[in-house]
Design a binder for this molecule. Structure first.
Ligand code: XIL
Length: 329
């Protein structure tokens, strides 16, 4: 039967993919679907066995838990899964205010020492995965929803100079990886999207390479932006000078549960809008869902009472949204 990655590739896209986490990889029924490359042509690395939710293994907290001491086992497990299956790997993420070890978030930094810590982190991690990452999310979530810079340790110590620093270090360590700025609530136009456009210019003005914008797309059933508004945001990033964009963490959650039959139809409609926007914009290279099944979604842990956000239910059965996505691809 028709499957998502196969259809996405036939439609000219690079991949349809899923995030995954190490703790789920002992679930054979789950893995059998994940490794079917007709269904998923790309995976995003993840972690740890204690947290059954996607997308962690390459984060600073896990990969450099103490200064200059690197721990690659969990990230390597996902990278080799992708390599074995012939799937692309999106690598996530290098500089982010969240999931930082305390030596970074609470260190007493000067501009020089933090610059050096960022350079060491990026050159080691990107160097370790050199040649294995289709793309790296170099900087994640640097903006507040009103478009101002988030007051992370990076911004507080270095101001906006850490953007070029990070992208230059990543480019030096793996010249072939596509380098992305990744964030949420930038899927449609507004103050935050406008600030992403400014970040692209800032990087280019500083002589740094940025290839792509990753739109996380953690959306809500019934308030997903329209296809045309999704396309306008994509077009703005292309005009600003990136050669590609992607939906990197797509999920569309119910704000309250249980979900109803009509809610599942609305969710299908919302997934259709995102899929069609990617299809209609040549620069959109692919769609990654933030894990594929409600069984392993991060949503219920982070947004209590919400969920059912993915294309497969917790019994690994396809939902109406799966049917809708496969029929527009
Ligand atoms: C989430 C993971 O899925 C969870 O397991 C973890 O507890 C928190 O982080 N934006 C991102 C992702 O860029 O890294 C986040 O992943 C979800 C929001």
């Amino acid at each position: 039967s028709a499957q998502l990655n196969k259809l996405a590739k036939a439609a000219g896209k690079l991949y349809f993919g899923s995030a995954t986490d190490n703790g789920e990889l002992t679930d054979t029924s789950y893995v059998n679907i994940l490794k079917n490359t007709d269904e998923f042509g790309q995976i995003t690395a993840a972690y740890p066995s204690s947290v059954k939710t996607p997308g962690n293994a390459q984060k600073w907290q896990y990969i450099e838990p103490s200064q200059a001491s690197f721990s690659y086992a969990s990230g390597d497990q996902i990278a080799s899964l992708a390599a074995t299956n012939g799937q692309l790997l999106r690598c996530h993420t290098l500089v982010w205010h969240s999931q930082l070890p305390s030596w970074v978030s609470s260190g007493s930094w000067t501009q020089d020492t933090l610059t050096s810590a960022i350079n060491t982190h990026i050159s080691n991690v990107v160097g370790h995965y050199k040649g294995q990452c289709y793309a790296w999310d170099v900087i994640n979530e640097a903006l507040n929803d009103d478009g101002t810079y988030r007051q992370s340790v990076f911004y507080t110590v270095l101001g906006d100079s850490y953007f070029a620093l990070a992208f230059k270090a990543a480019a030096a360590a793996d010249p072939a990886a596509k380098l992305y700025y990744n964030d949420y609530n930038i899927e449609s136009t507004g103050a935050k999207q406008a600030s992403v456009v400014k970040i692209i210019s800032l990087l280019k003005g500083a002589g740094a390479k940025i290839d792509g914008v990753g739109m996380q797309a953690h959306l809500i059933v019934g308030s997903t932006p329209s296809q045309s508004s999704l396309q306008s945001a994509i077009a703005s990033y292309v005009t600003a000078g990136v050669t590609e964009v992607a939906y990197t963490e797509l999920d569309i959650r119910f704000a309250s549960l249980p979900s109803t039959q009509s809610g599942l139809q609305q969710q299908a409609t919302d997934y259709t809008a995102v899929t069609k926007a990617c299809l209609a914009e040549k620069a959109c290279v692919g769609i990654t869902i933030w894990d594929y099944t409600d069984k392993y979604s991060w949503i219920p842990n982070t947004f209590p009472g919400q969920g059912d956000a993915l294309l497969y239910d917790s019994q690994l059965s396809k939902k109406p949204a799966w049917t809708a996505v496969s029929s527009v691809l």
